[in-house]
Design a protein around this ligand. Structure first.
Ligand code: TYD
Length: 221
């Protein structure tokens, strides 16, 4: 069906995901790959509206099933309006989070039955899966310290999930590792305590090995 390559980056808070996505985009562009970056929840106008509902600090709490429904509604918009058309045109798509975040956050983190999540997944995405998923792995204590520092500096209010506490984030980390075991064909776990260059190099090495595209590390990593 699709001709492009769909790459997702996943992990807990403070793993340096956004930095890695920027570097990856630069490295792919430099290699002549037509690449689009996007994010979840969000990525399209309508999906970003759902994101606002979910992430603002004053949103209050949703029932986990409601939360999953909203996330998968946003995901459906994202797939239909943006991801599938881009892949169909041969573009590569790099997404900051995708469905593994629902498995980890709503499933492992909030205790929603994984069968519900898989049913929703099949409904909105069918058999479609990312080609490669990088799971940036870090001790949650260290990750939370990093992201709280960043958010305080930027006066960010989109922090409803970050404020959920250490036990929640430990479940997330364990959950992501379980997900990697469940989908070994597409998931690669990367030690996010390494420095930025090393993580970037590991990501590029994997992509090159899987796709045959020759990539050079972005110099300003
Ligand atoms: P964001 O500010 O992008 O966080 P991060 O920098 O950690 O990626 O906010 C996305 C938040 O939404 C993040 O805390 C994870 C959460 N989320 C879910 O709970 N389920 C999902 O399916 C997705 C895509 C994200």
């Amino acid at each position: 069906m699709s001709k492009g390559v769909f790459i997702t980056l996943e992990g807990g808070d403070g793993t340096g995901k956004s930095t890695q996505i920027k570097l990856l985009q630069q490295a792919l562009s430099a290699a002549g790959v037509d690449v689009m970056t996007t994010r979840e929840p969000g990525g399209t106008r309508q999906a970003e509206r759902i994101r606002d509902l979910l992430l603002q600090r004053d949103s209050g709490n949703f029932d986990p099933m409601t939360e999953a429904l909203l996330l998968f509604a946003a995901r459906r918009e994202h797939l239909v309006e943006k991801i599938w058309p881009a892949l169909g045109r041969g573009q590569w798509v790099v997404s900051d989070r995708f469905a593994d975040s629902s498995r980890a956050f709503q499933g492992y983190g909030m205790g929603l039955d994984m069968r519900v999540i898989e049913d929703l997944y099949r409904m909105v995405a069918g058999d479609f899966q990312p080609d490669i998923t990088f799971i940036l792995d870090i001790d949650p204590e260290l990750g939370l310290q990093r992201s709280m520092r960043r958010h305080a500096a930027a006066a960010v209010t989109e922090d409803r999930y970050e404020r959920m506490g250490l036990a929640f984030h430990q479940r997330l980390r364990d959950g992501f590792r379980e997900i990697a075991k469940r989908f070994p064909g597409r998931c690669v776990v990367i030690d996010a305590t390494q420095d930025v260059e090393a993580v970037h190099g590991a990501i590029l090495g994997n992509i090159a090995a899987r796709t045959g595209v020759r990539l050079k590390e972005t110099q300003d990593a």
